[in-house]
Design a protein. Structure first.
Length: 209
């Protein structure tokens, strides 16, 4: 099955946040290298089927090395290939990691990238997983367990490039919260994520308003 390619353009609803940076930030932001991330997203969503297959294999072999936008794109590819459960799992894994990256970013405006990614990749996943509460719970619990067990071996500052501070913020300000706080923040993010699952399940059980 073919995943339709997308022409490059300024960041918008048809392009995942983190896939393209159209301006050139300075200072510490200039040190954030998203070239590999952009290449992986481009291969996953592009028209070259052989390149897409290679990208899927590379991401699945070492998913902890890839930033959330790549995992979001992987979720779409797997879903299009008919692996809807796996596609949904990688969507939730990507969403959880994106939320953590937003939480440890010192620029609160950067969190808008998570909403853009969810809006771009989420509707097919929701249509599939929300039909079966047991499946939804299993997928989210699996994503939480995977996130806890898998190192975050990518540059979490990708999300900083989507905040207002990247283009005119105060020079010298730290881009992220102190690293010693990350472990507790990650657990809090997972706890909040699971709380969101419980709320979604309650709404499903209640039925249409």
């Amino acid at each position: 099955m073919r995943v339709p390619g997308r022409a490059p353009h300024a960041r918008g609803m048809d392009e995942p946040a983190g896939a393209r940076v159209t301006l050139t930030p300075g200072g510490a932001y200039a040190e954030i290298d998203v070239a590999g991330q952009n290449a992986a997203v481009g291969a996953l969503l592009g028209p070259d089927e052989a390149g897409r297959a290679r990208a899927v294999t590379a991401v699945l072999e070492a998913p902890g090395r890839f930033a959330p936008p790549v995992l979001y794109a992987l979720s779409e590819v797997l879903s299009v290939y008919g692996e809807r459960d796996e596609g949904a799992f990688w969507f939730y894994a990507a969403q959880l990691r994106a939320r953590f990256d937003a939480n440890r970013c010192t620029d609160p405006t950067a969190a808008a990238a998570v909403g853009s990614l969810n809006e771009r990749f989420g509707p097919p996943v929701k249509a599939h997983a929300f039909r079966d509460p047991d499946l939804l719970r299993a997928l989210v619990e699996r994503a939480v367990a995977w996130d806890r067990a898998t190192p975050h071996d990518y540059d979490h500052r990708w999300i900083n490039l989507h905040g207002m501070a990247a283009f005119g913020g105060p020079a010298g300000e730290p881009l992220s919260l102190p690293a010693p706080e990350w472990a507790a923040l990650a657990e809090r993010t997972r706890r909040d994520y699971r709380a969101g699952l419980e709320e979604a399940l309650r709404r499903l059980a209640a039925g249409p308003a």
